[in-house]
Ligand binder design. Sequence first.
Ligand code: NDP
Length: 294
Amino acid sequence: TRQATRIDGKAEAERLRLRIGGEAARLLALHGAAPGLAVVLVGEDPASQVYVRNKGIATRAAGLVSVEHRLPVSASQADVLALVATLNADPAIDGILVQLPLPQQISAKAVIEAIDPAKDVDGFHPVNTGRLWTDGGGLVPCTPQGCMLLLAGVRERLAGLNALVVGRSSIVGKPMAALLLAADCTVTVAHSRSRDLPALARQADILVAAVGRPAMIRGDWIRPGATVIDVGVNRIDAGQGKTRLVGDVAYDEAVPVAGAITPVPGGVGPMTIACLLRNTMIAAGRRRGWGELD
Ligand code: NDP
């Protein structure tokens, strides 16, 4: 039987990180400085601590400068805004990432809007959102950016293809839809209020799932030959007191139908951090007049 191409996000991310590492070494030799990324963690959320640690490791491994700032869970919004202002003004810092979620006394909106858009490597500032939906040229959110890079690896031409994005969050679904539209796809965005999701999915040459519901998208929803990008990360019970990660797509059902599919784990996930480093390079190139780095 036919089998979908397994899109190896881990290998793709490794290649991207190596390329960024080479570029960082070149910049260091040329300018005596490497791009710098500051990550701000407020509080002690265990998942956030893991993310921040992994970001720091990946940043240093690529030869970029990583700075971590930890504030107590009791920090005030003014404390966070003061730190952001310091980082905005620091010429050695090219990228600022404030790890979400923030403790409830702090408005994520206020903090995101305080970040210099030129240093907003998460791409969440309204200026970058606006650029994404208009003529581009801003910093693009990491996860959808990674999805587009994976798509480019298996699809030579996206123009005219029907794309369905399931999920409309500001960090994945909406920016994903904007990128597919900019790539000349015919884009549909589905969400919890959409009717007849299976029928919408069967029209899709490209199906991006960003929902957060394990194996919600079934094999018989998938158009034969479609490219399936599974952003979902769901921890499920695997029996015997163990858990495992699965995506939003029923992978085993999808494999005989799809043309290509990302696994979970090992698909979109690794690309997200690689794209954070990529955004830091791009931001550094623009801010420091080092040219348009990629
Ligand atoms: P959100 O919870 O913010 O958004 C989920 C979206 O799915 C919402 O738009 C919601 O609709 C929609 N939805 C919920 N139930 C249904 C349903 N039954 N049918 C159709 N749509 C539905 O999640 P995120 O966008 O932040 O993340 C999505 C998934 O991607 C999660 O599993 C997350 O862990 C993962 N993720 C992975 C990353 C990676 O690097 N690999 C990075 C970021 C996220 P509505 O708007 O109507 O509520």
